[in-house]
Structures are given as C-alpha cells and as structure tokens.
Design a protein around this ligand. Sequence first.
Ligand SMILES: *Cc1c(COP(=O)(O)O)cnc(C)c1O
Length: 380
Amino acid sequence: MKDTAKKIQMVDLTGQYKRIQDKIDKAILDVVHSAAFINGPDVKSFQQELEKYLGVKHVIPCANGTDALQIAMMGLGLKPGDEVITADFTYVATAEVIALLGLKPVLVDVYPNTFTINIEALERAITPKTKAIVPVHLFGQCAEMDELMAVAKKHNLYVIEDAAQAIGADYLPAIGGTVKAGAIGNVGCTSFFPSKNLGGYGDGGAMYTNDTDLALRLKVISNHGQSVQYHHDMIGVNSRLDSIQAAVLRVKLSHLDEYTAARQKAAGFYDKAFANIPGVKIPAKSKKSTHVFHQYTLLIENGDRNKLKEHLAAREIPAMIYYPIPLHLQKAYRDPRYREGDFPVTEKLCASVLSLPMHTELDDQTQNFIVRAIAEYMGC
Ligand SMILES: *Cc1c(COP(=O)(O)O)cnc(C)c1O
C-alpha cells in the first residue's frame, strides 16, 4: 500500500516550495518591507532575467496569461471582424480573448499524435479576412513552427504563440540552433498561474517579442494606454505583474531548467513503464521541439477512459481530463459554422486523453504505484 501520509497530487507546489523556502520567504518579505507592491524593482529585474533566459529583446509582464493573449491581439491592431485561427483542442482562454475583442475565432483540428495545430487544415481555413494565427504549444511542446511561419509569411498573417504550457521548451528549427517556445512568432504569451511550469504564488503572465515598436505598444496597452502618466494615447487595460509575484518568479526562474529536467525524468519513467501496457499510448514527441511536460497525457485507446479515472480515484490517485470538450462544442462558443464531427481528431482526443500526476517532486515509488494501478485496470 502507498503511504497515505503523502497524498498523491497532480502538482506538488508545497513540496517544491519547501526546497526553496528560505529564498522565497526572503524574497516575499523584502517586497513587503519595501512596500513597492506595484512596479517594484523585482518586476524590472524579472523582466530582464526572463529576456535573457528566453533570448528575446523584450518581455512585457502582465497580470495573467489570458491578458497576455488579449493585449497581444490589441497591440497588433486586430479589429472586430478580423479572423483569428487557432486550434480546437486547447484551453478556453485562447478563444475567449478572440471572441471578447469582437474578432472571429476560426477553429482547426490538431494532429492526432502531438496534439498541436494541423498545418494543412490551418492553411485551408485562411480567408481574405484572416489576420492572425494562434498556435498553442499544448502540454509542453511546440507546434510545427517552421511550417506555420511559412504559411503565415505566405499569407501575411501575424503569429501569436500561446506558450502558457511550454515555457522553457526549445524549438529546433530546420535552419539549425534552438529557439525558445514563444520567441518565434510576432509575439509569445505565457502564464505564471501557480501550476504552470514557471508558476508564481498567484496570477501572472507575460508577452515576449523581438519587435521593439510592438513591445512599446504592449507596454502602453497593459498600463491603461498611457506612455506618459495621465496621457492616454490608446485604450488600454490594467494588467500588471505584482512585485510579490515577480520576486517569487525570480527565485523560481533560476530553478526552471532543473524543474524541466525533473519533469522530463518523470516522463521518461512513465514512458518506459507504459511501453509494455497495451491500449495505453504514451505522449508522442515532436522531432522539432523538446517537451517540458506541462502535462503527461496518455491516450486510452483500449478501455474506458472515465472508468480508468474512477479506478485511479478509488486508489487516491488523481488524474485529469485536459480537455473534455472541444472548443466548437462548448456552449459559449457554439457557432452555426461548426457541428459535431467537424474536428474528428479533437473530438476523439477529448474522449480518450488522461493526464497523470506530473510535477517536480515525483519519486519512483509514487510513479510505480500509479503505473501499477493503470496496469491493473488494463488487465496486465
Ligand atoms: C493557462 C493557460 C492560459 C491562460 O493563462 P492564465 O494565466 O490562467 O490566464 C492560456 N492558454 C493556455 C493554453 C493555458 O494553458
């Protein structure tokens, strides 16, 4: 039996905190003592440290990943009625901001193996009204960015990368070298939601770009549209990264590569263990991207995914379904253009994915317990 004193969690933020407790506590207390809660020096330092880490010219911190996407679309000057193409298989935030700004979300299916946007389907969805593409680097690996950027260039479209789940992932372009996820398109967006790979202790987000004019607009928009205090040149929003979050994120950024390695090690353990269990398909790895395993997502091809989830829950093993409903079948995003069956890959994924506990604090004993419970269900 598993030691019940240590409950298995999808994400173990407490365990992770305990390893860096002294540094985190000091960072937070320093902000409290300075009382520089908004735009304190930690925000600027974090911005610069993240620019260096990502190899981008500009990082613009903001209040959360959803805002990052919204501000990016505002900064690119997208106007009501413009069409924005994104993947049907993603978190709702991606489509939400498109709809909120009066833009038209155009959905396309994903690849069945890597779960990222299908480039042929994407190109077919382009119309004269299309202005931007939002690839989602789902679960921690990059979309097919060489091909996507070529399509964007051919049709003169902006590319806004949703890198909320992929911070730290390296894209391996055909020309050689590596580029960080989010640093390829016109603008990359990420989230520092606590459970993300680089998570704060509350909400947070950022945009990245190498375009200096765009960076300035993003900065102005995120601060009420003002470049000089009380002079409002554009309609903006109020979206800042708190100093306390920046202080926490500075500490955690210095550990990010270590955290990524821990996730990759845990994924390697699962991969090996599931190789011998028929009906359970391990996450496919893109040849052009490293995988930072924001999620470790199985495809349950042989058996009832929901019953497996219950089987695990009965053994106090959490598992999550990211995502149970495709965007085109969500009530709020229902559109006469789309009906059931239109995006067969996404629909099949929504019925068969199961994400297992994945975090920096997993140990072999816990993973063994999880694997054995799944093997038992699959009849091995
Ligand atoms: C988390 C997430 C977001 C939104 O980030 P928040 O900080 O929660 O607003 C957007 N897109 C994807 C793919 C995400 O996973």
